[in-house]
Ligand binder design. Structure first.
Ligand SMILES: [Zn+2]
Length: 80
């Protein structure tokens, strides 16, 4: 649930940025490419950070919500 909220926030942020670029006079295709590049970049960055966090914490605590991992899975958000 918390993850989905962040995902929506990220998407709306990128969309707003794209609209800003369009407003600044950038052609649509470039605005879309830049917006997608930023989105992918953030996803990769967050994924790497999560991986590092998960490594540091081992199997103890969920990197997303901080809940205790049970049986290799987070009981809160279903990720490991
Ligand atoms: Zn969790």
């Amino acid at each position: 649930m918390a993850y989905e909220k962040r995902e929506l926030l990220l998407i709306s942020g990128v969309l707003l940025f794209m609209i800003g670029l369009l407003g600044a006079g950038l052609p649509l295709i470039y605005s879309v490419i830049i917006a997608v590049a930023i989105y992918v970049g953030i996803k990769v960055y967050v994924g790497k950070r999560k991986h590092v966090l998960a490594k540091q914490l081992g199997q103890g605590i969920c990197a997303d919500c901080g809940s205790k991992i049970e049986g290799g899975k987070c009981p809160n958000c279903g990720t490991n």
